[in-house]
Design a protein around this ligand. Structure first.
Ligand code: NI
Length: 250
């Protein structure tokens, strides 16, 4: 069930038999000269919908903005500050908990979201812990960043190797090529190799743009194909569906 297409009695009915929900989260940010601005929410959103269609699990619409301040040196990037993002996430958890959802998976598409998501979960748990008679003590949250489960990570390495990189990765761009082939951007013949590095080396938008001039970190976008993207999407969707089902029945 996709929440945006459900009427409230359907949600009420779902909650009689189910406790789990998937919330896709991502970012609207630069992904180099060929990657889509929406890459980081398009992918987890499509995965959540595929899992929902297969299993009947409820998923929400994506939270399309995230914590992307370091990408603001590139036009089009929209960022929430970390404190704003944590507040948004806590309010989403509180809303779902109020209705009776007891297992909430944040299916994430952006590395910069990881710290604020974990903080939001702890904010929510702290709210429970400070009250001896507090409700929602049985509500558990889980973060899954789609590229991290072991079979998915192995598939990415097998297809893209070192050329996957750390930002605007070959794998994520390939998955968007599979999902939205009409928006595939041509790779120009004079594209220079992306400088290698780690996202953790970056502090702010100025230092990012100075050091990684086209926005990519270590990714070889010549490796991207819709076929490679489909392989990653299929493995990830299977693996994440299993992980969600195990969590929802825990
Ligand atoms: Ni990304």
């Amino acid at each position: 069930m996709k929440l945006q297409f459900a009427a409230w009695p359907e949600v009420e009915e779902y909650l009689r038999a189910n406790a789990g929900i998937i919330v896709p989260i991502g970012s609207t940010e630069q992904h180099g000269p060929t990657g889509l601005m929406g890459t980081d929410y398009i992918i987890p959103s499509a995965m959540a919908e595929a899992i929902s269609e297969r299993t009947g699990i409820c998923c929400t619409p994506p939270i399309t903005f995230g914590m992307a301040q370091h990408h603001l040196g590139f036009p089009g990037t929209i960022s929430l500050r970390p404190s704003t993002y944590v507040s948004v996430l806590v309010d989403v958890i509180q809303s779902l908990a109020r209705h009776g959802f007891r297992r909430i998976v944040f299916l994430n598409g952006h590395g910069g979201n990881i710290a604020p998501v974990l903080t939001a979960m702890n904010e929510f748990y702290a709210g429970i812990s400070f009250h001896r008679e507090g409700g929602h003590r049985d509500v558990l949250c889980k973060l899954i960043s789609w590229w991290t489960p072991p079979k998915t990570a192995a598939e990415i390495t097998e297809i893209f190797g070192d050329g996957d990189g750390a930002h605007a990765t070959a794998s994520e761009i390939a998955v968007t090529q599979f999902l939205h082939s009409r928006y595939i951007k041509p790779v120009s013949a004079d594209l220079r190799p992306a400088r290698k590095g780690a996202v953790s080396d970056i502090h702010n938008a100025y230092d990012y743009r100075d050091r990684f001039i086209d926005g990519r970190i270590g990714s070889d976008v010549r490796l991207c194909t819709p076929e490679g993207g489909q392989r990653v999407f299929d493995v990830a969707t299977d693996e994440i569906a299993e992980e969600c089902m195990a969590f929802f029945s825990s």
